[in-house]
Write a protein that binds this ligand. Structure first.
Ligand SMILES: *Cc1c(COP(=O)(O)O)cnc(C)c1O
Length: 354
């Protein structure tokens, strides 16, 4: 039986996407060939790449606004350095809201001066910093919109004239935002978009070409744009499954429909955490993530019983990240409301029995 999958990533994808993906592995488009054994230059795959790129822009409301969408490899982690390689000439600003921000900062420091504009490290990243000011002399400001590990999420974005770069790996396509406020967005596919192996990069084209260093081809956004995301062999399977997920998302009513469901899922779980005395949320209330819900037991002695109960209920992937402990329920787009209901029932059962 299919488990209720709360994994933080790689994570749940829609069942119909899994089915179509499996079919394409056996035979793609009636070609008598698997998706995995055709040329990436074949018209059939070129069409997949073109549709994936344009659908990503369409869903984000960025079509015809000077942006390009790319499906690259190397994960969000390679973007930590590609962003700096392509954009950092003198000084960049970073908001430090957790492990992934710290890793992005570490890479950027290899290329120039990096200023930590604000940080929530003092409380092990359980909140989103506010009330800071952003200098005007930065090449860009980088932030992580959703902190997958700690369960915090930006609601408001800094008002700034400098280009805004965002790691949206774990909340892209999950909520309505004015995406045109961002100059570069990147997201590893495996949280909310597809399987591991490809990274979506959405970049405003006129942001590029401004640094004086020479950029190796594979790390140069302009090369990938010129080659329509086919400079080398792309991750064909990961791109195809991402396209299927984006098509599913569109058929569900796009980002605004997704956001409405995601809000309901998060509200249901957070209200159980707040009302049930056996549980306590990790993140500061006003900064709680709609995607990754982090929480702890107030009675550590109940751990064994709780773990047994959720496993028996068919739940998978609920353990917190090793740097936070406790529990983390990831409520990505493809996770059905029903799964959240099952988790909440287990939590209230524990209260009744505990
Ligand atoms: C998972 C994650 C990453 C790392 O992604 P990789 O594709 O494994 O490199 C970076 N940033 C955020 C916010 C993430 O959730």
């Amino acid at each position: 039986m299919k488990k209720h999958n709360f994994s933080a990533g790689p994570s749940i994808l829609p069942q119909e996407v899994m089915k179509k993906a499996a079919e394409a592995v056996l035979e793609f488009n009636g070609m008598g060939l698997s998706l995995l054994e055709i040329s990436h230059r074949s018209p059939q795959f070129v069409e997949v790449m073109e549709r994936a790129r344009s659908l990503a822009l369409e869903l984000l409301g960025l079509e015809g606004k000077g942006y390009q969408a790319l499906f690259l490899q190397g994960g969000a982690s390679l973007e930590f350095l590609m962003v700096a390689y392509n954009l950092l000439e003198n000084k960049a600003g970073y908001l430090n809201t957790g492990t992934w921000s710290e890793k992005a900062i570490k890479e950027a420091r290899l290329f120039g001066s990096v200023v930590e504009i604000a940080s929530s490290k003092d409380e092990n990243f359980r909140y989103i910093p506010k009330g800071f000011s952003v200098p005007n002399d930065l090449d860009y400001l980088h932030l992580t919109t959703n902190n997958t590990i700690f369960g915090t999420q930006f609601r408001e974005f800094p008002n700034t004239r400098v280009p805004l770069v965002a790691d949206m790996s774990s909340d892209i396509f999950s909520r309505k935002l004015d995406f045109s406020r961002f100059d570069l967005i990147y997201a590893g596919a495996q949280k909310n978009m597809g399987p591991a192996g490809t990274t979506l990069v959405v970049v405003r084209e006129d942001l590029l070409g401004g640094v004086s260093r020479k950029i190796p081809s594979m790390l140069d956004y302009q090369v990938h744009i010129a080659k329509e995301s086919m400079y080398n062999t792309p991750a064909v399977f990961a791109v195809y499954v991402s396209l299927l997920t984006l098509e599913w998302l569109k058929s569900q009513g796009g980002i605004s429909a997704m956001e409405a469901i995601n809000e309901k899922k998060a509200r249901l779980l957070y209200s159980e955490i707040d009302l049930n005395p056996l549980f306590q949320g990790y993140a500061a209330e006003e900064d709680r993530s709609q995607m990754n819900v982090t929480f702890n037991l107030t009675e550590p002695s109940l751990k064994e019983a709780f773990d047994r109960m959720w496993k028996e209920a068919g739940i998978s992937g609920l353990n917190g990240h090793r740097s936070v402990g406790g529990y983390r329920a990831s409520l990505y787009n493809a996770l059905p409301m029903e799964s959240v209901g099952v988790l909440v029932d287990v939590m209230s059962d524990l209260e009744r029995k505990g």
